[in-house]
Design a protein. Sequence first.
Length: 224
Amino acid sequence: MKITPIVAMLPVVAVLAASPIQAGWKGGNPVAGGQAVLPVITPLSDIEAATLVFMREEEKLARDVYLTLFDIWENPVFNNISAAEQRHMDNMKRLLDTYGLVDPVADDSVGAFTNTGLADLYQDLTEKGAVSLEDALYAGALVEELDITDLKRAIAESTHADVTKAYENLMRGSRNHLRAFVSQIESLGVVYEAQVMSQEEVDEIINSAVERGGKGRGKRRGGR
């Protein structure tokens, strides 16, 4: 049974963020007048900062949902992808540190969120995902569709190359994760129906090759 999402798309929530700071220069410090020269970090706009903070917690949402559903169903796809989501979280944390932004993940325990919308979505997805394995896999696919949708917006508004590259890496991972969840759903004899993105967008992703670190592509999935 297809899960009906409680949201069509999670908006980027405005947050208060600390003022960006300069990053320290480590190793081989250039000096001027005996003083180490610090590279200047161009501050993020308020919108870019809010988006980055949101993406850190949205990656936590994915990790937490998959950890919870793995405990219920013990399907390896949830365990494998939760590990990837942890790496995504770590990448977002490094960017928060670079730009001197406050980390919204004050409590890293499963199910704990600063953003109340993400907290509600976690509860909704894990409750529905506990009904059946098919529902759990649909919950995973929904998370990835939401992530892809939000990342597209984040990339469009980004003016910093390092942030854009990080989002593009996350987007590639999310496309692979969507492919993995849909493959599992189809193995149950179910034709996957898009939940947030258009069916055309989803079909284009799941019927294309698995992406390998931006430097190549894996074997192509069979068409539907």
